[in-house]
Design a protein. Structure first.
Lengths: 206, 334
């Protein structure tokens, strides 16, 4: 049982690395078209938001499966969460390196002057302590504080939505889809925590 | 005295892009020994890529007078041409989708024959003109222009077409015609981008110019590029080319031209008036609120040698067009 979990985790890591491997390969082979920088920045950004949604989907999925299946998704959440951060960092790096050629002055100016970049940067920054504290040792060390610290992911999700909505130009489709997904995922938590409170209240009365 | 002029040879002729691509691909691929098996397959796609750098032969070859290859000629530039494959596969034409290759993928659905242009407003000869009749009156010539997209990328394209001013004169605009407005075709069944539920564009796409801008010798109507008829994804059969303005001013697949006394509303201005002005002259000093316009990526660009160049006022055509805007506050009238 334990070894199968281990195997699954490695398979998941490999799976999550595939987009990055595919993009690197396409970049090395010059298959990203005439403006590869733009494609890399867009693609790494897309994968960050997709994985963020997936991370947030794990706990609703776990509660959905609880009585219906023996599959437990929760042990995989940490890997997906860390992968979200990795893609976020790659997104930021591609932007800084390939679009701005590491011109620090330009990067600083963009961070200050363009609010959608500011919020995107803040989202990656806020994910960093979450990634650092994702080890078993850190979970034990931080105890209860670990849980409150990791609630930062909700702020990250809202910043990510702002980052996307702020970029709408002629088509709002993608922004609408991601906003709705994240709204649903956050709403589920709100409803779930209310229900949990009501349940615990009832049990204390009884 | 024998002096060879450097501009006798186009830089695109010196370095054929297929050779350039081959070299990079060869270096990249040979570095990864493990991918040896994949190499053969890549070699094949590479050859296919090299072929599409020439316009396909199903696009009719055009008869036109070639541009005078003189560095001082504003209708010409010595800068390297953007390869055909990039011009044809990477552009914005939201009627076919918002992806950069959506026009290339989906524009084949468009019917461009027959094609008519409606002319109305402050004009002595209003009516609906067949494209053939317009073409019969306007001999074709070549122009090699820089094209600067508002998204901070740029290309150099050899267009074929005719001066916009000459065509407009044939409709005999009245003295009340101070502005000219253009409209793109609306045909939802052929233009899938127009069927998108989430588009913020209120079709038809509309663009406009001040009459003196429209009559400027640089203003151009393109019906072809790279010596052949213009591919559908690039705005067939008739599109505007305004080299000193951001690309979105160069409206594609035109079906209506209206002359008016008052400044017309344009599509981007209606979507985001604080981001896109009526003039939309290329100006490195006036940033788009969401990104800088100080520099641009001249395509094709690569990751580690990004072809990042400084953007020039009026896209380098200041000498020709600055007079149109003398005394005007270019920050206010962006």
């Amino acid at each position: 049982m334990k070894s199968s979990l281990r195997r699954n985790k490695w398979a998941l890591i490999l799976l999550l690395a595939l987009p990055a491997i595919g993009l690197s390969y396409a970049a090395a082979m010059n298959q990203l078209g005439p403006d590869p920088a733009d494609v890399l920045v867009a693609e790494t950004g897309e994968w960050t938001i997709r994985l963020l949604c997936l991370t947030l989907f794990i706990s609703p999925l776990a509660s959905l499966l609880r009585s219906r299946s023996s599959f437990r998704p929760l042990p995989y959440r940490r890997i997906i969460g860390v992968a979200t951060w990795v893609y976020g960092v790659l997104h930021l790096l591609c932007y800084s390196a390939f679009l701005l050629a590491f011109q620090w002055g330009d990067i600083g100016a963009e961070l200050i002057e363009r609010p959608y970049i500011t919020v995107g940067f803040a989202a990656v920054l806020l994910m960093t302590p979450l990634a650092i504290t994702s080890t078993d040792g850190m979970v034990r060390k931080l105890k209860k504080r670990w849980k409150s610290l990791h609630k930062l992911i909700y702020i990250v999700a809202l910043l990510a939505v702002a980052h996307i909505v702020w970029q709408i130009r002629s088509d709002a489709g993608e922004a609408i889809v991601y906003s709705l997904i994240i709204a649903c995922l956050l709403l589920w938590r709100f409803v779930d925590s209310r229900r949990a409170k009501a349940l615990s209240l009832r049990s204390t009365i009884n | 005295m024998l002096i060879t002029k450097p501009n006798d040879v186009l830089s695109s002729e010196i370095t054929p892009e297929s050779v350039y691509l081959n070299r990079r691909k060869f270096v990249g691929a040979s570095g990864s020994l493990l991918l040896g098996g994949a190499l053969a397959a890549c070699g094949k796609t590479e050859q296919a890529e090299a072929k599409v750098s020439e316009p396909p032969s199903d696009l009719a070859a055009l008869e036109f007078s070639a541009v005078k290859k003189d560095a001082a000629n504003p209708f010409y530039t010595t800068e390297a041409l953007t390869p055909y494959a990039d011009v044809a596969r990477y552009n914005n034409f939201y009627e076919f989708g918002t992806g950069k290759d959506d026009p290339y993928k989906y524009a084949s659905a468009l019917t461009t024959n027959p094609w008519q242009v409606k002319v109305d407003g402050e004009v002595a000869k209003p009516g609906t003109y067949n494209l053939e009749d317009i073409l019969a009156k306007n001999p074709l010539e070549e122009r090699i222009y820089r094209l600067r997209c508002v998204e901070a990328w740029s290309m150099v394209i050899p267009w074929v077409g005719f001066p916009l001013g000459a065509m407009l004169q044939q409709f005999e605009p009245t003295s009340d015609a101070k502005y000219v407005k253009f409209e793109t075709l609306v045909r939802k069944e052929e233009m899938r981008g127009q069927r998108s539920f989430s588009s913020t564009i209120d079709w038809p796409y509309e663009e406009g110019l001040r009459m003196d801008e429209a009559m400027h010798p640089l203003s151009f109507m393109a019906t072809g590029l790279y010596g052949r008829e213009i591919p559908k994804q690039n705005g067939a059969p008739l599109r505007l080319v305004m080299p000193w303005k951001y690309g979105f001013k160069s409206i594609k697949s035109i079906v209506r031209i209206s002359f008016s006394k008052r400044q017309p509303a344009t599509s981007w201005q209606q979507i985001a008036p604080h981001e896109y002005g009526f003039y939309a002259n290329v100006n490195p000093e006036v940033d788009h609120p969401r990104w800088s316009q100080a520099s641009e990526r001249r395509l094709p660009s690569s990751l580690f040698e990004p072809n990042r160049i400084e953007t020039r006022l009026f896209n380098g055509y200041a000498e020709q067009v600055a007079g149109l805007y003398s005394g005007m506050n270019l920050v206010r009238y962006y």
